[in-house]
Design a protein around this ligand. Structure first.
Ligand SMILES: Cc1ncc(C[n+]2csc(CCOP(=O)(O)OP(=O)(O)O)c2C)c(N)n1
Length: 549
């Protein structure tokens, strides 16, 4: 029994006092007691098969549920195994608390400079230093992760974990008031808006709770609406929704965004992806950026005015100011733009000639057929690779929670675990994990996890080109040898069946009948389809992706 120890108290305090409901991880001796205390007090523990998967699941769970993500790992290798996923979380400012045991004796096999590892990947290192300080140490790490939206590593030295500790409640954390713009800033923006003829809003992750306020403001101004990839779906249903801005944008959307004379970035970093390396924002375009994190203003792109503010609060203040002034404009919302968006606003509307290759299906044909087949209530997840644009843009999503894109580190192999974390957060929706064959095999350690957890509303779609297609298409035209980036055919359907999945190899649209049967029920297992896709051409966005290297 470990009751009355620091380890037990940390688990108790998080589950009981901080209401942590779900924890991901892999258990070793160093986090065994802590994990048991968490579950004893009502938290659900999700055991992954690899810490890399556990970290990504915790990240995706936090993104989709809106809760703090919590991960627990063994000391040393338990943490090093999680590093890629933690880098992704840190870059995305996912609120994530990592509880890692720690060997503090340099002679221990498990010893590694954990704080140094965390700092190197942008994770904030913290530590429980003694039994006498654990309450404050835990509260501090929890507060920073939750309130400042940071990925925090709380190292738990083994000797401190074993010390006695009384069962006291975790001290409460204080929530910050929301930042709001000064009245003179609101007036200044209203003046700038009065001069704008073709305004466009680019809404990022920080705008996800501000849909209605932004829509109201855009209607008064005649602004077109676009999102960054991570907030895809936010403006679904609006006739002036351009969908995603950046590499994934349709030709019509890209042209309209580039034609803006004023862009307001709402909780959006204006990264090279969202702006297509700056080319979607004209030299003379006025750029305003609103972000609750003052540190995000002007980091990726020049801004004429940076406003540190909560997005909804700023949008609401502007609506009130425009109404007070009686300021309204048709702006960019002209009948001609409406007509154009109705005709070519979605990738599905853009005509293409399917590529022909014996025994293989064009990835666009495949994805459009899946879009028609699958229920609209879905969460779409993609891994990284040449294939990525097809599911990201041809599969519709129901709202801003429907697309989960763990691509801030551009790592291959995170897609499957992302899908598992998302599926756990939204069991009411079908989760679609779109993976390349490279990413599927890199992340394959979690294939069994989905079956074990009974995530039966999971469809894994592997865009199987039997290669690292991104490299093949990037280097192929230069005449380089491609031997090291091509692979013999692998029977991924058989691998999945071995894990307990329903599975099918798909070589044509007709082969998707197997998906229809699975959807019809009883849906007692997840499904994987190994779609043998055509290999002749790179996807349209790949060249853009390589510019980011
Ligand atoms: C962890 C990691 N290793 C390597 C890369 C380099 N890389 C980028 S795309 C890619 C190929 C991925 O292949 P696959 O998943 O089959 O997708 P495809 O490009 O064939 O569509 C690789 C190896 C990376 N981004 N991340």
């Amino acid at each position: 029994m470990t009751q009355g120890t620091v380890a037990h108290w940390i688990g108790t305090a998080l589950a009981r006092d901080a209401a942590v409901k779900t924890v991901f991880g892999v258990v070793g001796s160093g986090n065994f007691h802590l994990t048991n205390a968490l579950t004893e007090h009502g938290a659900r523990f999700i055991p992954a098969r690899h810490e890399g998967g556990a970290a990504v699941m915790a990240d995706a769970y936090a993104r989709v549920s809106g809760e703090l993500g919590v991960l627990t790992v063994h000391q040393g290798p338990g943490l090093t195994n999680a590093l890629t996923g933690l880098t992704e979380a840190a870059k995305s400012r996912t609120p994530l608390l990592v509880l890692a045991a720690e060997a503090t004796q340099p002679t221990s096999n498990f010893y590694v400079d954990q704080a140094g590892l965390a700092a190197a990947i942008g994770v904030l290192p913290d530590r429980v230093t003694a039994a006498s300080t654990v309450a404050n140490d835990l509260r501090r790490a929890y507060r920073t992760a939750l309130i400042e939206r940071r990925t925090v590593l709380l190292s738990l030295p083994l000797d401190v974990q074993a010390q006695p500790h009384p069962d006291i409640p975790l001290p409460a954390v204080q929530v910050w008031p929301r930042l709001s713009p000064a009245p003179e800033t609101v007036a200044q923006v209203a003046d700038m808006l009065a001069r704008a003829k073709r305004p466009v809003f680019l809404a990022g992750r920080g705008a996800r709770k501000a849909r209605e306020d932004l829509k109201q403001l855009s209607e008064r101004l005649g602004a077109l609406l676009a999102t960054s990839a991570v907030s895809r779906g936010l403006f679904n249903g609006d006739p002036f929704n351009l969908d995603v801005s950046g590499g994934f944008a349709t030709p019509a959307a890209a042209e309209l965004i580039a034609g803006a004379d004023l862009v307001i970035a709402w909780g959006c970093a204006l990264s090279m992806w969202t702006t297509r390396h700056g080319t979607l924002i004209g030299q003379d375009t006025t750029v305003i950026q609103v972000d609750a994190n003052p540190g995000a203003l002007g980091v990726h792109h020049r801004v004429d005015l940076g406003i540190p503010s909560d997005v909804a609060t700023a949008a609401r203040a502007l609506v009130i100011e425009l109404d007070r002034r009686g300021q309204r404009a048709e702006g960019y919302r002209t009948p001609a733009v409406a007509k154009r968006l109705a005709a070519e606003g979605r990738w599905r509307d853009v005509p293409f000639q399917p590529e022909a290759e014996a025994g293989r299906v064009d990835p666009r044909t495949l994805t459009i057929a899946l879009d028609d087949l699958l229920p609209a209530e879905r969460t779409v997840v993609t891994d990284s690779g040449n294939f990525m644009g097809y599911p990201a843009m041809f599969l519709g999503v129901p709202d801003e929670h429907g697309f989960v894109f763990t691509q801030a580190f551009q790592s291959v192999g995170l897609g499957l675990a992302t899908a598992l974390g998302a599926a756990i957060a939204r069991p009411d929706r079908l989760t679609v994990a779109a993976l390349g064959d490279g990413g599927a095999l890199m992340g394959a350690s979690e294939l069994e996890t989905a079956v074990r957890l009974g995530l039966n509303d999971l469809l894994i779609v592997v865009y199987d080109d039997e290669a690292y297609g991104a490299e093949v298409h990037h280097f192929g035209p230069h005449g380089d040898s491609l031997d090291n980036v091509r692979f013999p055919a692998a029977d991924l359907a058989a691998i999945a069946r071995g894990h307990g999945y329903a599975a099918a190899t798909v070589r044509s649209q007709e082969d998707l009948a197997a998906v229809s049967s699975w959807l019809a029920g009883p849906r007692d297992r997840p499904m994987l389809i190994d779609a043998k896709v055509t290999r002749g051409k790179p996807s349209w966005w790949l060249e853009e992706a390589f510019k980011g290297h």
